[in-house]
Design a protein around this ligand. Structure first.
Ligand SMILES: NC(=O)c1ccc[n+]([C@@H]2O[C@H](COP(=O)([O-])OP(=O)(O)OC[C@H]3O[C@@H](n4cnc5c(N)ncnc54)[C@H](O)[C@@H]3O)[C@@H](O)[C@H]2O)c1
Length: 239
């Protein structure tokens, strides 16, 4: 059986996704800038393999370690869940160039790097790639000009990648999470966090496990006729 590579694997949505896919019997290659080795051991299930690599996906050379690793281990890659992402929030007038560059570097260039490295490894057998946008890019969220630029870009890249990779039977889709309970959103003051929950029709933040279920579907053959699209998972936030 092939492997599914998960970036941002030690983050909130990444951990929930890795845990679900492992319980479904999927072999995994966990990737994060924070070493995912210890987490990999925790989710190991009988009969599956969980490998891990500490990689900075904003750097192409670092990301290319995946190519070497897959060649050495002689396994095939048939799924990619690309979740690694960062925020550096500040209003546009206060934001400095390094905060712009960091977010574009990880979220946008990092997505290019992952596609560039992983697509060739999937060309022979086909598979499914899931990229990650954000409802912030649909709203134009205050204080996130760098983040919305990167996430809007990822949504657009999804369509080009889907067109270019369809010939190899590689599907590419983009999930658009709304407000999910993870370390990324828990950086907010609690009062603000609760206020945002009240703006959501379902009156709660999404759980990482909610997002993992959507990813599990998009990675599986149950979604074999879905490509080049974005799927909102936001409790009605964007309605
Ligand atoms: N939480 C939300 O409400 C929300 C909403 C919309 C979109 N998203 C997106 O979902 C994805 C997952 O977010 P999360 O909430 O789990 O965040 P998180 O902060 O919990 O996890 C992000 C992970 O990415 C990793 N990472 C950061 N920079 C990296 C790099 N250069 N190389 C490799 N790994 C790196 C981090 O170490 C972390 O483990 C992100 O792309 C985020 O933008 C989250």
């Amino acid at each position: 059986m092939g492997y599914t590579l998960i970036t941002g694997a030690t983050g909130g949505i990444g951990k929930a996704t890795a845990t679900l896919l492992a319980s479904e019997g999927q072999n995994l290659l966990l990737v994060d800038i924070v070493n995912p080795a210890e987490f990999a051991l925790q989710i190991m299930e009988e009969g599956i393999a969980v490998e891990s690599l500490q990689i900075d996906i904003s750097n192409l050379e670092s990301t290319q370690v995946v190519t070497q690793f897959v060649a050495e281990k002689k396994f095939t890659l048939d799924g990619v869940v690309h979740l690694a992402g960062i925020t550096r929030d500040k209003s546009m007038l206060k934001m400095d160039k390094s905060e712009w560059d960091q977010v574009i570097g990880v979220n946008l260039t990092g997505t290019f790097n992952i596609l560039k490295v992983c697509a060739p490894l999937m060309k022979s057998a086909g598979g499914s790639i899931v990229l990650t946008g954000s409802t912030s890019a649909l709203f134009g969220n205050f204080g996130q000009i760098n983040y919305v630029a990167s996430k809007g870009g990822v949504e657009a890249m999804t369509k080009t990648a889907a067109r270019e990779l369809a010939a190899y039977n590689i599907r590419v889709n983009c999930i658009i999470p709304g407000f999910i309970d993870t370390p990324m959103t828990r950086k907010m003051p609690e009062e603000r966090y609760n206020a945002v929950q009240q703006m959501i029709p379902l009156k709660r933040a999404g759980q990482p496990e909610d997002v993992a279920e959507l990813i599990n579907f998009l990675i599986s053959s149950k979604s074999s006729y879905i490509t080049g699209t974005s799927i909102l998972i936001d409790g009605g936030f964007r309605m």
